[in-house]
Write a protein that binds this ligand. Sequence first.
Ligand code: NAD
Ligand code: AHE
Ligand code: ZN
Length: 369
Amino acid sequence: MKTRAAVAFEAKKPLEIVELDLEGPKAGEVLVEIMATGICHTDAYTLDGLDSEGLFPSVLGHEGAGIVREVGAGVTSVKPGDHVIPLYTPECGKCKTCLSGKSNLCTAIRATQGKGLMPDGTTRFSYKGQPIFHYMGCSTFSNFTVLPEIAVAKIRDDAPFQTSCYIGCGVTTGVGAVTNTAKVQPGDNVIVFGLGGIGLNVLQGAKMAGANMIVGVDINPAREEWGKKFGMTHFVNPKDVDGDIVQHLVALTDGGAEYTFDCTGNTTVMRQALEACHRGWGTSIIIGVAEAGKEISTRPFQLVTGRNWRGTAFGGAKGRTDVPKIVDLYMDGTIQIDPMITHVLTLDEINKGFDLMHAGESIRSVVVF
Ligand code: NAD
Ligand code: AHE
Ligand code: ZN
């Protein structure tokens, strides 16, 4: 079949809207009509050539929602007409990691996914006879895409696509980092670095968890108002701080926070986040994705004296199990999404979504098909 898609033909170039050829689902795969997709900073990072695994030409996008239109042989858990959210972190339920119960990082298809391929080692997309790579196993910047059955979460039919697509990455990552990874407890102090599409969701997760001080840190002054809407109790703009930002935050939180979260992808900020943790027990969670070649560093003394450094992917959420529950939390009003969708675009306008993100003018842009 044919599908309209925004294709990343080259790094650092705008996406091009073209009609691609799409092969139907093979055994264990499903064809999904994408109804809406968010634009996450990770898409921009890959398009900008900063991703070690970035491949071109490819169809980016990993934060979608849509409807199953066809299933391949042997697919039993979803059927045509089901509403689904694609999962860049699938859940096979059978691999060592899934069986361990210790992590959401299912390994069933990770190797081929990182190479832009379906589990059988081929692509379903092509353009003028040339293969086009998949991205994060999702490729939601296409009106239709093919996914492994284990990489879709079935969700309730009454959830609007335009907002619930955000659960495919940003919402689950931010809220899950607090509830699944950090397990923030009532009364804990929290510092969130970077109040964008992920950081605001960390704020709302911290509020849900009953955190005491919820400190937001951002170099964009406009993010102060945004943070306040989602539970932030204190805002710090590092540009307005005289002296050392870490000392400032440690003083503000009476010795450092129980939990800090990096939602910037900046390795200097990651160090600040670790060092703003409370001596003896504070834990810093890295959410931000750093560009190829970057490394983190700190004095080992920071860890010797009891600070912990951790990371999280997709908020530690087990996609097929947890995503439908997050959709329920959104639908019952426990989790807010609508105010964070600042821009709704057509596929033809998708590059504007990247421009808005880089200019700091959007929280989430969503493309509707
Ligand atoms: P975004 O562009 O919406 O937000 C980033 C925010 O960080 C902005 O508000 C920006 O002003 C702020 N910022 C930038 N530099 C800063 C600095 N030096 N100090 C303080 N604030 C600073 O991006 P997003 O979509 O929220 O994504 C945030 C990061 O999380 C990205 O690195 C993205 O790739 C990553 N991410 C990781 C996961 C995961 O599973 N681990 C999932 C989604 C996104
Ligand atoms: N490809 C990059 C790593 C990118 C990365 O860490 N991705 C996160 C999700 S970001 C979503 O917006 C993730 O899930 N990581 C775990 C995984 O298995 O990819 C690189 O450095 O090579
Ligand atoms: Zn993302």
